[in-house]
Design a protein around this ligand. Structure first.
Ligand code: ZN
Length: 131
């Protein structure tokens, strides 16, 4: 398993980590299988979506914030209940097919760390299941 750190710069931010994941994959001997990209956090997530047009992750964040506003009569007392809910909606991992040492992603797809309670330093783990 490989671990990488991602520093986020604002409370809510989608960070395209595709390049960093590719760098990690390049260091791993296994060239075929499934790459699991996982965040061990309760207020951040991982998703795959369009990386070419930055307005796409912005629109996703706008829609998520419409569904789950920052302030509501949440019971969680830390003030970040919205971040926990968004992290659950997005999920904490993605699986990407690894073929001949390359991530199998569509032309427009990228892997995003979804920050919902930053800025923070986030850990992203990459594990290859050979096959
Ligand atoms: Zn909390």
């Amino acid at each position: 398993m490989e671990t990488m750190l991602v520093r986020t710069g604002s409370r809510i931010q989608f960070v395209d980590i595709t390049g960093q994941v590719r760098e990690v994959i390049a260091r791993i001997a296994t060239k075929d299988g499934v790459a699991i990209v996982y965040v061990p956090h309760t207020t951040a997530g991982i998703t795959i979506n369009e990386a070419a047009d930055p307005s796409v992750p912005e629109d996703i964040n706008t829609a998520l914030s419409g569904l789950v506003p920052h302030h509501r009569n949440y019971r969680h007392s830390e003030g970040n209940a919205d971040a926990h809910i968004k992290a659950t909606l997005v999920g904490s991992s993605v699986n990407v097919i690894l073929s001949k040492g390359e991530l199998v992603l569509g032309t427009w797809q990228g892997i995003f760390l979804c920050e919902f309670d930053g800025p923070r330093s986030r850990t992203v783990m990459v594990k290859i299941l050979p096959g």
